[in-house]
Write a protein that binds this ligand. Structure first.
Ligand code: NDP
Length: 375
């Protein structure tokens, strides 16, 4: 087995060290916003694997997945990930700490951590099966963290990791794009004004792509300032009509889902390797509804059917997923510090206002990111 390291940081206040507790926002059951509870007595996180670090959280970012997880989204699948041998009683994930984005400072490193040391300013996107960042401290593995861009404050930095690693996974790993092959490509982003849209736009523009986005009328100027080449207002009439009048695309990133799948693949250049990558997938819904085994079968069957259906028309159909990645964040740190990507923070809340921050994200119509300043 692996070494168990349970030393605690010297730098935290002696009272919380002795009691091994910390302030956090937790949920004790799934539900609407009233399940969110502030406590000063959450368990202090412990290094369980030698490649882990404890990070003191300075700022945490919220994402739509936090609202979904508050309501129980992914509960079955994530429980399996937390407890693969299924030893624990159901409900053992509580008290659960949400929050997938973190910017903070390393307080302690496990013995196998090589590239980081105490005091390093780092940022990370936290996998959904781990305790989150709405707390004073969080434990992460060394391959999930990255040195935070020096040009950003912690609040700004906390706006980026989850949407950035999702965009990286969807566009680079799944979509096959990179900094050297975008110059002649036409990319369409369905849903340009939210967290993923504002990040993906900037990354693709930095790589020289031609970027078209869909958004509401009142976001047109906002996305224009991020460098978008062409905007289609989806509130003015059917977006598919306006889009099909344009030159065809090399890649569509879909942040909207629903009926977009009916028409978006028709906007791709056929027989050229063009891809439709959607982030709105039923994977966790399937496993919640049908259980792990059947849910995965259903998911595999669905994606295989859709892939084949579209392949005969000469275009590729893919599902995109968030994937935690320190190395991807390293590349993004360089782009941020080079001035190619900026943080798009819509609203900042204090640590006492976490419920209000969830309400804001739940209302939708994001124009960038919602961030919580923790210390
Ligand atoms: P946000 O809430 O930050 O943004 C969503 C944006 O979409 C809003 O700006 C909204 O503004 C806009 N929008 C809503 N309806 C439409 C429409 N019909 N056409 C164009 N724009 C529209 O979400 P994120 O950017 O963080 O995430 C986007 C989607 O991707 C979510 O569904 C999320 O669950 C999913 N996702 C999936 C991941 C995965 O691993 N599969 C990872 C990350 C995200 P307005 O309503 O004012 O137009």
């Amino acid at each position: 087995g692996h070494a168990v390291v349970c030393r605690q940081s010297r730098s935290i206040s002696s009272s919380s060290r002795c009691m091994s507790i910390m302030p956090a926002w937790v949920i004790d059951r799934y539900g609407s916003n009233d399940v969110l509870r502030y406590t000063k007595n959450a368990s202090f996180p412990v290094i369980n694997y030698p490649n882990e670090v404890i990070v003191k959280v300075f700022a945490a970012g919220l994402n739509p997945i936090d609202v979904s997880m508050r309501g129980g989204y992914g509960a079955n699948t994530l429980s399996m990930k937390r407890d693969p041998l299924n030893i624990k009683l159901s409900g053992s994930e509580f008290p659960l700490i949400l929050g997938r984005d973190v910017s903070g400072v390393i307080m302690e490193c496990g013995p196998d951590v090589k590239y980081f040391k105490e005091g390093d300013e780092v940022w990370a996107a936290i996998p959904p099966w781990k305790q989150g960042s709405l707390a004073e401290f969080v434990v992460l593995s060394g391959n999930e963290i990255s040195l935070k861009p020096k040009s950003l404050s912690h609040v700004e930095a906390a706006a980026i990791p989850y949407v950035a690693t999702t965009s990286w996974s969807a566009l680079v790993n799944t979509g096959g794009l990179n900094k050297d092959n975008c110059a002649s490509k036409r990319i369409l982003i369905l849903g340009g004004s939210g967290g993923v849209g504002t990040f993906a736009t900037q990354m693709l523009k930095a790589w020289g792509a031609h970027v078209t986005v869909t958004c509401s009328h009142n976001a047109e100027r906002f996305v224009g300032e991020l460098g978008v080449d062409h905007v289609v207002d989806y509130t003015a009439g059917p977006a598919e009509e306006a889009l099909s009048a344009l030159e065809k695309f090399d890649l569509v990133l879909d942040n909207v889902g629903g009926d977009t799948e009916r028409w978006a693949l028709g906007l791709l250049k056929p027989w050229s390797g063009a891809k439709y990558v959607t982030l709105v997938t039923p994977f966790l819904q399937n496993t919640d509804r049908l259980g792990i085994a059947d849910g995965m079968m259903q998911t595999a069957a669905t994606v295989a059917t859709k892939t084949i259906k579209h392949l005969v028309k000469g275009v590729h159909y893919r599902w995109g997923f968030f994937a935690p990645s320190g190395p991807a964040l390293d590349e993004i740190t360089d782009m941020v510090d080079a001035g190619q990507i900026r943080a798009v923070v819509e609203e900042v809340f204090s640590f006492s206002q976490v419920s209000q921050a969830f309400e804001k994200v739940e209302k939708g119509h994001a124009r960038g990111k919602t961030v919580i300043e923790i210390s």
